[in-house]
Every structure is written in structure tokens, then in C-alpha cells.
Design a protein around this ligand. Structure first.
Ligand code: 6CS
Ligand code: FE
Length: 316
């Protein structure tokens, strides 16, 4: 596999300057086949910033049944001991649960809700499947943060994702305010690929999901991008939705507030961007982190008819 062309070299032994992204951000401009609910203003904003925030996309009451399922899962000792549950490195509390769409029919249905899937297909310009899903939990007074990173950098290096043609949808299951460790993003950072120094150790994911040290851009590159684009931390009530491009740099601080911060993430990848062998890692990651077997195109499913008329929150 070493003679493959690698457009985004990373996990290097010596520093290398940032590279321009060499592919579109919105993959099917003005192609009727992939038309969707986002208007020109939204598409232009996504191209400019690398993310879209929908304050109060769903009503708060969509989130309660998800919490009931999570409480039930927390009582499942076999699940809690499995490798798809990542514990907080300091408190031992749950930090992430991966593969939520495989564990819960409700989560799975949400990934196919037309109000989300319609936007995702429009942005990626193709049929899509779920590359990865997870819940990230930050309990009050203890939830650890996540270092600055591009998800694509990891998915390219460790999962063999060839091109930047994936988007993450994050549904806020709790209020996200300035105190409980909201996601921070650097607008415009998706336009450059920042190669990272540091080779990928074997079984890296067993440490990186607790605290990422490999695949973290150097501070000078981060500073330049933040000077240029600033930092934004979208905040809003449970039910709000964030769509962010796979290469948009993001991070989050630890939760020093009494209020929990729980976000559901599902990552849509284009069916034209299937995983290959890792570009910069000694081995593949497990299926629950990087889908290789279940890559059939998602079908629309009106997941929550009782929420008809929602999902039209104004852009902020
Ligand atoms: O390694 C991954 O796939 C995960 N790591 C982070 C910090 N964000 C994306 C993803 O969940
Ligand atoms: Fe991430």
C-alpha cells in the first residue's frame, strides 16, 4: 500500500507546513439530484466556516427518551465493560459510548431523519452511511476536555478515509452553555490540512479516546488559524444541532460547572469515500470506531413523526 498517493500526509517524523484542501467543501453545488433543505445562505456559510449551528433544531422533549435509554445502558454491566465504552481518565465516569446507532433503534432512526439526512446528502453530494457514532458525556465538575484536532486527520491516518467527504452531526442532549465545556471550533480551519508530527503507535485508540496526544496540530498552526478565523463555541438548549465538516478543527474544555454536557455525534461518510487501509497507522481500528462492513446507503425514515414541523430552526 506504500505506493498509494496520499494527498494528506500526517503523523510525520518532522514538521511540515499546512496544505491547502484539494477538494470541494460542498460536493454537489447546483446538482438537482442532491438538492436539499439548505438554501444558498446556509451553503455559503458552511463553505466559509466549516460548520452550521441550528439553535433549538428539535424541541427539548426529543432528548428525554434518549436519556432514558442511556440510563438503561448504564445498568448493562457487559456493555459498560466493553471496549466501546470509554471511561474518563480522571473520574472513571463514562466519557464516550461508541456505536450508539447499533445499540439503540431510536439512535439509528435519528440518523435517517430526513431533516438531517437531507442536509447531509446535499453537503456530501452522494448517498451516505454512518462511519461512526458516539455519545460524549461530560458530567458536572469532572468531564475532561478534548484537545484541538481535525477528525479527518485521525480518520485518514488511522481509518484510511481517503478524502474530506464526511460530516459530523452533533445533537445536543443537554443545554450547552459557556460553563459546561461546549464544543469550540475554528471557523475556516477546514480549508487547510495541518499535518501532525508523531507516528501512530499500535492500538493508539486505546489511549487517544481518553486523551489525544497524537494527531494534535502544533500550537503555531493553531494560533495562525485562530488569529485568522477566531474561535466559536455555539451554545443553546438541548435539541440544538451542529453540523461540522470532517476537517474543521475543534476542541472542548473540561466541565467545571455543576451541569452535565452530553452530545450525540453521528458521522456521515459518502459512499464514494469508503475506507481503505490506514494512511499512517500500523493497523486498522475496530469496526465500532470505523465502519467497513455496514456501508449501505442510508434510507430516509421519518424517525419522529410526532416532531413534524420541527427542524426548521433559524440559522444563528
Ligand atoms: O478518533 C476518533 O474517531 C474520535 N476522536 C475524536 C477526538 N473526535 C472524533 C472521534 O470521535
Ligand atoms: Fe473530534
Amino acid at each position: 500500500m506504500s505506493d498509494r498517493e496520499d494527498h494528506y500526509p500526517t503523523r510525520l517524523t518532522t514538521p511540515r507546513a499546512a496544505l491547502p484542501r484539494n477538494e470541494p467543501i460542498v460536493h454537489a453545488r447546483n446538482q438537482y439530484r442532491w438538492d436539499g433543505p439548505l438554501d444558498e445562505v446556509a451553503l455559503s456559510r458552511y463553505e466559509r466556516d466549516g460548520f452550521l449551528w441550528f439553535n433549538g433544531f428539535f424541541s427539548r422533549d426529543i432528548t428525554e427518551p434518549f436519556f432514558e435509554e442511556l440510563r438503561e445502558m448504564a445498568r448493562d454491566e457487559a456493555l459498560m465493560d466493553s471496549e466501546r465504552v470509554i471511561k474518563d481518565p480522571h473520574s472513571g465516569a463514562i466519557r464516550s459510548v461508541f456505536g450508539m446507532h447499533e445499540l439503540s433503534a431510536r439512535f439509528d432512526r435519528l440518523t435517517r431523519d430526513p431533516r438531517i439526512l437531507g442536509m447531509v446528502r446535499q453537503l456530501l453530494g452522494s448517498e451516505v452511511y454512518i462511519h461512526q457514532s458516539r455519545i460524549n458525556d461530560k458530567f458536572g465538575f469532572q468531564g475532561s476536555g478534548f484537545d484541538w484536532h481535525s477528525d479527518f486527520e485521525t480518520w485518514h491516518a488511522e481509518d484510511g478515509m481517503p478524502r474530506m467527504r464526511a460530516v459530523s452531526a452533533s445533537l445536543m442532549l443537554t443545554n450547552n452553555n459557556e460553563f459546561n465545556g461546549p464544543l469550540m471550533l475554528i471557523p475556516g480551519s477546514h480549508r487547510l490540512f495541518v499535518p501532525c508530527v508523531g507516528e501512530t503507535p499500535a492500538m493508539n485508540w486505546q489511549d487517544s479516546l481518553k486523551a489525544q496526544t497524537i494527531g494534535v496540530p502544533d500550537e503555531s498552526a493553531l494560533a495562525r488559524l485562530a488569529e485568522h478565523g477566531g474561535i466559536q463555541a455555539p451554545k443553546g438548549p438541548a435539541g440544538s444541532l451542529l453540523l461540522f465538516e470532517c476537517n474543521t478543527l475543534h476542541a472542548s474544555n473540561e466541565n467545571m460547572s455543576p451541569w452535565p454536557r452530553s452530545n450525540l455525534f453521528f458521522v456521515y461518510n459518502s459512499v464514494d469515500n469508503l475506507l481503505e487501509e490506514p494512511f499512517a497507522a500500523p493497523m486498522r481500528r475496530p469496526e465500532f470506531l470505523a465502519a467497513r462492513e455496514t456501508t449501505a446507503a442510508l434510507t430516509m425514515h421519518d424517525a419522529f413523526p410526532e416532531l413534524a414541523g420541527q427542524g426548521v430552526a433559524p440559522l444563528q
